[in-house]
Design a protein around this ligand. Structure first.
Ligand code: NAI
Ligand code: MG
Length: 480
């Protein structure tokens, strides 16, 4: 028996969105020249207009960050920098509900996730890195490591504030100053974060936020005053950035795409595995670089797994992201919806069989029903390309060796999952898998202390943990 859920919408009254925003440069909001709209993808309602930053804006932001670096931030002790990070973390916790509601409105993801996952993790990242600020001798780049100076940070729309935290917290802990550009469809929580910087009395110019489009990002990449680039987004743009900095002294960390394999062995606890499959691909509408978007299931349990998965999917609730009972919210943009539709159509055209539970899609906004494809082969586009939506490709295997071969048969190498009750098999498989993050009997678990990142076309470097901090520090030898 299933029960109907009464609507339980979170109130929007806690957020105050301005009609128009400028950039946050040198501790102040400054007027923009041209503006573009950011919408709520669940309703298509225009939320606000944000400034489209150009070369001059980036120039001003970099200058402010340079002055802040030389005059203030590089002169503070680690313990003093840590105090600011702790302060920011506490304010983020105090204002968590406001951030969760705003993130849900601007991005389309369910409030259940922004409230319980995104925002708590954001605060956790600041707390974690606050603790490192006075212990940089132990990061692993020798004693008295040095910051790079001004770092340019470009982030995507799938975890807007969380990606800001992944980038800003370690950069500041290590002693760098920042020019950050949020994604064009989700700039609002970054602008609210700018208010938090003011509230925390962070010295002006330490964090600068310039909103804008791809070209604005390119201005950051190409600015001579930037010492290091940290980027999360598509592999395509990641490659452009790598080319752009190839003949400069700039360094980069790149967190790019993925096509994670979630491997279910015959001896797995099937009910738990089904929960893990659902979490692996339907969390955040599948807009997750480390999503378990390829299910590799051992042939002799495939029917059982798919049947149970379908019955579980029938209970997934899609709809108003602000409703506390919603599991799947809106697709972030029209363009992303088109991309998902196009890839799903290719899946059917190439011989895959699509299945979705009965699910009514709201009239306005951008929606895609949770979908699984069976009968998928490795040659199909939906087995090779990142769909970045709630679409799972199911492949089968007979032997563990075949599972590994298929899992590794991808240009990406970001994440993988292993489901088995046998510890030795889990360890064996983890050793063979060419992926930066491997979960065993769980999926999509994140912690600021554990490094995250990929191999091959999934990017360069790690974020989080001691390994992530290394990317923001130079050893004595590098300085000389
Ligand atoms: P994107 O890579 O174009 O955008 C990410 C960020 O990079 C945004 O802030 C954007 O303004 C900026 N950007 C765009 N062009 C740039 C350039 N030439 N130089 C510097 N910065 C630039 O990603 P997009 O177009 O939003 O999504 C396209 C596809 O990328 C998605 O369908 C998905 O498959 C993948 N993607 C992967 C993400 C991940 O976390 N791995 C995140 C976002 C998208
Ligand atoms: Mg938006």
């Amino acid at each position: 028996m299933t029960f109907e859920y009464a609507p339980a919408p979170e109130s929007k009254s806690i957020v105050k969105i301005q009609k128009e925003y400028g950039h946050f440069i040198n501790g102040k909001f400054v007027k923009g020249k041209r503006h573009f709209a950011t919408i709520n993808p669940a309703t298509e309602e225009v939320l606000s207009h944000v400034a489209n930053g150009d070369k001059l804006d980036i120039d001003k932001a970099v200058q402010a960050a340079q002055v802040a670096y030389t005059k203030v931030w590089s002169k503070l002790s680690g313990a003093e920098r840590g105090k600011y990070l702790y302060r920011i973390a506490r304010i983020l916790q105090e204002r968590a509900r406001e951030f969760a509601v705003l993130e849900t409105m601007d991005n389309g993801k369910p409030i259940r996730e922004t409230r319980d996952i995104d925002i708590p993790l954001v605060a956790a990242h600041f707390f974690y890195h606050a603790g490192w600020a006075d212990k940089l001798d132990y990061v692993g780049v020798g004693t008295a490591p040095k910051a790079y100076g001004v770092v340019g940070q470009i982030i995507p729309w799938n975890f807007p504030l969380l990606m800001l935290a992944w980038k800003v917290a370690p950069a500041l802990a290590a002693g760098n100053t920042v020019v950050l550009k949020p994604a064009e469809s989700t700039p609002l929580t970054a602008l609210l974060f700018a208010e938090v910087c003011q509230q925390a009395e962070l010295p002006e110019g330490v964090v600068n936020i310039v909103t804008g489009v791809g070209e604005t990002g390119a201005e950051i990449v190409n600015h001579p005053g930037i010492a290091k680039i940290a980027f999360t987004g598509s592999t395509e743009v990641g490659k452009l950035i790598a080319k752009a900095i190839a003949d400069t002294k700039k360094v980069a960390t790149l967190e790019l795409g993925g096509k994670g394999a979630n491997i279910v062995f015959e001896d797995a606890a099937i009910d738990q595995a089904v929960e893990g499959i659902v979490n692996g691909i339907f969390f955040n509408q599948g807009h997750v670089c480390c999503a378990g978007s390829r299910l590799l299931v051992q042939e002799n349990v495939a029917d059982e797994v798919i049947k149970k998965l379908q019955s579980r999917m029938e209970k997934i609730r899609l709809g108003d992201p602000l409703d506390k009972n919603t599991d799947i919210g809106a697709i972030n943009s029209k363009a992303q919806l088109e991309k998902i539709k196009e890839l799903a159509a290719s899946g059917s055209a190439e011989g895959g069989e699509a299945w979705s539970p009965k699910c009514e899609l709201p009239k306005n906004g951008f929606w895609f029903a949770p979908t699984i494809f069976t009968g998928v082969t490795q040659a199909h586009r939906i087995a090779r390309e990142e769909i970045f939506g709630p679409v799972l490709s199911v492949l089968t295997f007979r032997t563990p060796a075949e599972a590994i071969e298929k899992a590794n048969n991808t240009p990406f190498g970001l994440s993988a999952g292993i489901w088995s009750e046998k510890g030795s098999k889990v360890l064996w498989a983890a050793e063979q898998l060419r992926a930066g993050v491997i979960w065993a009997n769980t999926f999509n678990k994140f912690d600021p202390a554990s490094p995250f990142g990929g191999y091959k076309e999934s990017g360069w470097g790690r974020e989080g943990g001691r390994h992530g901090l290394k990317g923001y520090l130079k050893s004595k030898e590098q300085v000389m």
